[in-house]
Design a protein around this ligand. Structure first.
Ligand code: PLP
Length: 399
């Protein structure tokens, strides 16, 4: 083990973070302390929408830091107000929308759980519903909606009255909605391996939630802020949720999260029921505004769609690949067996960062700014990594 790994093992909680010691980034590349360059197609797990050290990001951080960076939630700031209005415009909430700023996806979802409780207490319902294979975060409320034994079992008891259902139309129809205060849905399940729901799933969830006086809360932490080629993935489904949660790409790498409410759900919180010291401070919201402006001014959503199609086409016929899932630049590359860990490691050795959310799926979530050069480099490195693993797999088969 190298010295930094010893330090990490001794000083950091034993929860991961040992793949490399990264010291610098630029565009879609990062460098480790030994000067090795990696093409970063994970983007900080769907966060660095403008890539690394983008001038717009750097200017926003440095200019705002030089003026006013933090004031607490006793005060409003122009940056916070403007980003709230911008999110309402992009989400199409109309006048009735409201925004609460948090610092992470988990915190945004924790806020949404409290929103669901406020609604449930108003209408006399206590149940929460989420989907099998969902990921909403690691704090106790968000974790209660994240049904994975490794994540949940050591932390029981969790929130009561939570039901997990499959992502099928039948499961929605068969659910007993009588005690459901809210249903939480990721439009695409990123951590589950970029899993898309069957056609009409969100629409049916919307209909049933409305009929049964339950909130539909979409978790757009991973899919939101342009990642799928629309500002928010729910917009492609032709529905309007009661609330959505955001984080990850919202400020391109600066920590920021948000809960955005639509319609009557905007009236549920009242003074004293929730808050956050850092949430929505002028520094984070200035960066959020700069990222949105960069995406809008350069029509980066169109690039997300085009590059996504290019990448899908480029990997489809490679060895071990059986297909792809996802939209825009949130892509799952499906392999013909449990090779994802080996492919991720082979890619890393060749200077390419991807991840393996499941045994047989590789996830990529590169910057919205990628062009032909990055697509070509990715395709070359990924094909080489697959060939490394394929060689080993066929040797094993022949043995
Ligand atoms: N919700 C979704 C859909 C996510 O993908 C994640 C993180 O991967 C979270 C919530 C948690 O966000 P954070 O890690 O910022 O707390």
């Amino acid at each position: 083990m190298s010295a930094w790994q010893d330090d990490a093992t001794r000083d950091l909680m034993g929860l991961g973070g040992r793949l490399a010691l990264l010291v610098r980034g630029e565009g879609s590349a990062v460098w480790d302390a030994d000067g090795n360059r990696y093409l970063d197609f994970l983007g900080g797990i769907a966060v660095n929408s403008l890539g690394h050290a983008h001038p717009t990001f750097v200017n926003a951080v440095s200019q705002q830091a030089a003026v006013l960076s933090h004031v607490s939630n006793y005060f409003a700031t122009p940056q916070q107000l403007e980003l709230a209005a911008t999110l309402k415009r992009l989400a199409g909430t109309g006048e009735a929308g409201r925004v609460f700023f948090a610092n992470s996806g988990t915190e945004a979802n924790e806020t949404a759980v409290k929103l669901a409780r406020l609604h449930g207490n108003k209408v006399g319902k206590k149940g929460l519903v989420s989907l099998n294979h969902a990921f909403h975060g690691r704090s106790m409320g968000a974790l209660s909606l994240t049904p994975k034994p490794l994540y949940q079992d050591a932390f029981r008891p969790l929130l009561p009255d939570v039901t997990y259902i499959d992502n099928t139309l039948e499961a929605l129809d068969e659910l007993d909605w009588s005690d459901v205060a809210a249903i939480f849905i990721e439009p695409i399940q990123g951590e589950a391996g970029v899993v898309e729901h069957p056609a009409g799933f969100l629409r049916r969830a919307r209909e049933l939630a409305t009929e049964n006086n339950a909130l539909l809360i979409v978790d757009e932490v991973q899919t939101g802020m342009g990642r799928t080629g629309d500002w928010f993935a729910f917009q492609r489904e032709g529905i309007v949720p009661d609330a959505m949660t955001l984080a990850k790409g919202i400020a391109g790498g600066f920590p920021l999260g948000a809960l955005v409410t639509f319609g009557e759900a905007s009236e549920l919180f009242y003074p004293g029921t929730h808050n956050s010291t850092f949430g929505g401070n002028p520094l984070a919201t200035a960066v959020g505004l700069a990222v949105v402006a960069e995406v809008e001014n350069n029509d980066l959503l169109a690039n997300v769609v085009t590059r996504g199609e290019q990448l899908r086409a480029a990997v489809t016929d490679l060895p071990l690949v059986t297909g792809t899932s996802g939209k825009g630049l949130l892509i799952g590359i499906h392999l013909d067996g449990p090779h994802a860990g080996a492919v991720r490691e082979a890619a890393h050795r060749r200077g390419l960062i991807v991840n393996a959310p499941t045994d047989d799926i590789i996830r990529i979530a590169p910057a919205y700014t990628i062009g032909d050069a990055e697509v070509e480099e990715f395709t070359r490195l990924f094909a080489a990594a697959l060939a490394d693993v394929n060689g080993t797999a066929s040797e094993e088969n022949n043995a």
